[in-house]
Design a protein around this ligand. Structure first.
Ligand code: B12
Ligand code: SF4
Length: 464
């Protein structure tokens, strides 16, 4: 079989496995242009090199496109090398958060990189390559190696302003029934594993120093009609009634949130949904909460991040502790499950600040919490600071993950070592979760068969 393009998400021990919507968008657009596309999610299918080689030999793609977040970049590089061994003429293009922020590093082994959103940049590259040229000059938003091996970085492409113009992601050519049946929820409090991801908006204007914001600072949202059309489409097609909104900052504009809720209500769509990537609690008020609750939102995930005002300011969160307390109580009163992430290890933070964070997390009526390390991802302000001050312990990207097992923390400062941080995270997990009230709150989710394997086992490891 000859395939024009094979899109791959490399394998990685992900905390949640879901259809990769970014690759899905690229596939939908390219298929409309007559390009033959296959999508292979190795986080789901877990092929070893032998099976990947067999797949590539069977599909004989002319182009391989790989998604990569930072912790999976080494695996992505290994797949590039595998592809090149099979056929050096295959064009290998990388996209996603890591390649976008490490263009030159990535072009040491890849042929080209797409920086940021790919829907407008990748199709002209594919068309040009299938037409016989490897010269991507003049295509904004990409970088590539010229024939002589020199790196050429084209100007950045403007963000996509009207997201309604995009088709829905191509779930039809993904093994959706496997995603839905393999029993994996996105977070311990999720109702069911039979859920699908959706993105209603892109971009975030906030300035958090640890965040990459690689889809841009400018916030754009699809029309409420377009979002609800997509929800209805997947519900009807796959009998799915739960959705995970992956937006960076869905609640930024109140009117948008109310419009989406109103549209769900008008269409009589019965669904459940959550925001596992987090919403900013400071934008929520009683009216928004009531609207969200009335159309099926049952869980709110926040990025409170710290219980120290000094650290919140260092992170440039733009929040006050007292407001956070008030909002968490408001959301609980409105009947939502509430959880939050907390980050340890911002440069300038002390061990005392971390203890304050643990006390703060315990003082809030949270259903769940996730304590992890600040990671100096390329492209973030934290990384620039760490490099300037000599705080970077190493750049072994496989360790830039939330999994604590055998992890070597990539940051150390005069206030703490990597070992101190790991100790604090384990202490936070023990102090927060091993309380009778918390155990009772989480027990039903922990005993849920879809969660027991993935969460209960890995959670117990974080307490050691
Ligand atoms: C859902 C999600 C997850 C899910 C699944 C990820 C997935 N992609 O399937 C889970 C929960 C597993 C997860 C885990 C992690 N995540 Co996450 N996640 C997200 C989230 C919220 C949405 C991803 C998404 O679907 N985006 C929407 C689509 C449209 O964008 P996209 O997939 O990037 O694709 C577009 C472009 O990147 C580009 N593109 C992508 N791939 C390709 C390939 C080719 C060939 C081309 C040409 C173009 C291209 O075109 C696409 C269309 O425009 C993003 C935030 C965000 N705004 O993206 C964070 C984000 C990707 N995650 C992030 C992080 C930090 C993590 C973790 C490292 C957390 C941790 N410490 O463990 C882990 C590790 C992930 C890994 N596998 O390596 C960071 C990435 C930082 C980095 N440099 O890696 C992000 C950007 C959040 C942030 N703002 O900091 N994540
Ligand atoms: S962490 Fe959230 S609020 Fe902060 S910049 Fe990133 S997406 Fe925006």
């Amino acid at each position: 079989m000859n395939t024009d393009l094979l899109l791959i998400k490399p394998d990685f021990h992900d905390i949640a496995i879901m259809p990769p919507i970014g690759l899905g968008y690229l596939s939908s657009i390219l298929r409309k242009k007559g390009v033959s596309v296959a999508i292979h999610d190795n986080t789901l299918l877990g092929f070893d090199d032998k099976r990947l080689e067999a797949l590539i030999r069977e599909l004989r793609p002319r182009i391989i496109g790989l998604y990569a977040a930072t912790p999976m970049i080494k695996r992505a590089e290994a797949i590039v090398q595998l592809a090149k061994r099979i056929d050096p003429e295959i064009l290998v293009v990388l996209g996603g958060p890591h390649p976008t922020c490490t263009v030159e590093e990535t072009l040491v082994y890849a042929d080209a990189v797409v920086m940021g959103e790919g829907e407008e940049t990748f199709p002209p590259m594919v068309e040009r390559f299938l037409g016989g040229s490897r010269d991507f000059s003049g295509i904004a938003g990409c970088a590539f190696k010229e024939m002589g091996g020199q790196v050429k970085i084209n100007p950045a492409r403007d963000i996509i302003r009207d997201l309604d113009l995009l088709p829905f992601p191509d779930f039809e050519h993904m093994p959706i029934s496997t995603y839905l049946s393999q029993g994996n929820t996105f977070g311990i409090t999720q109702r069911t594993a039979r859920s699908l991801p959706i993105m209603a908006s892109r971009g975030c204007p906030s300035n958090c120093t640890f965040c990459q914001r690689f889809l841009g600072k400018k916030f754009r949202i699809r029309s409420a009609q377009n979002v609800v059309e997509e929800l209805t489409h997947w519900k009807d097609k796959y009998q799915v009634d739960e959705f995970n909104f992956l937006d960076d900052n869905f609640t930024l504009v109140k009117k948008n949130v109310l419009d989406v809720c109103d549209q769900i209500h008008r269409k009589g769509l019965h669904i459940k949904f959550r925001f596992p990537n987090g919403v900013r609690e400071d934008y929520l008020d009683e009216e928004i909460l009531e609207a969200l609750k009335s159309v099926g939102c049952y869980h709110l995930d926040f990025g409170i991040e710290s219980g120290s005002q000094k650290v919140l300011d260092l992170m440039k969160k733009g929040k006050k502790l007292e407001d956070i307390v008030a909002k968490v109580h408001l959301c609980k009163k409105a009947g939502f499950k509430v959880s939050s992430s907390f980050l340890f290890g911002t440069p300038g933070e002390t061990l005392e600040d971390m203890k304050q964070t643990i006390r703060f997390a315990i003082s809030l009526p949270l259903d769940s919490a996730c304590f992890s390390l600040v990671m100096p991802f390329p492209g973030t302000e934290v990384r620039k600071e760490a490099e300037a001050k000599g705080y970077l312990a190493h750049s072994d990207y496989e360790d830039y993950t939330m999994s604590l097992e055998n992890m070597r923390p990539p940051l150390q400062t005069p206030d703490w070592s990597g070992k101190d941080i790991l100790f604090m995270i384990r202490k936070a997990n023990r102090d927060f979760f091993l309380r009778p009230k918390q155990i009772m709150t989480l027990l039903p989710s922990m005993l849920n068969p879809v969660n027991i394997k993935r969460y209960a086992v890995s959670f117990l490891k974080t307490l050691k």
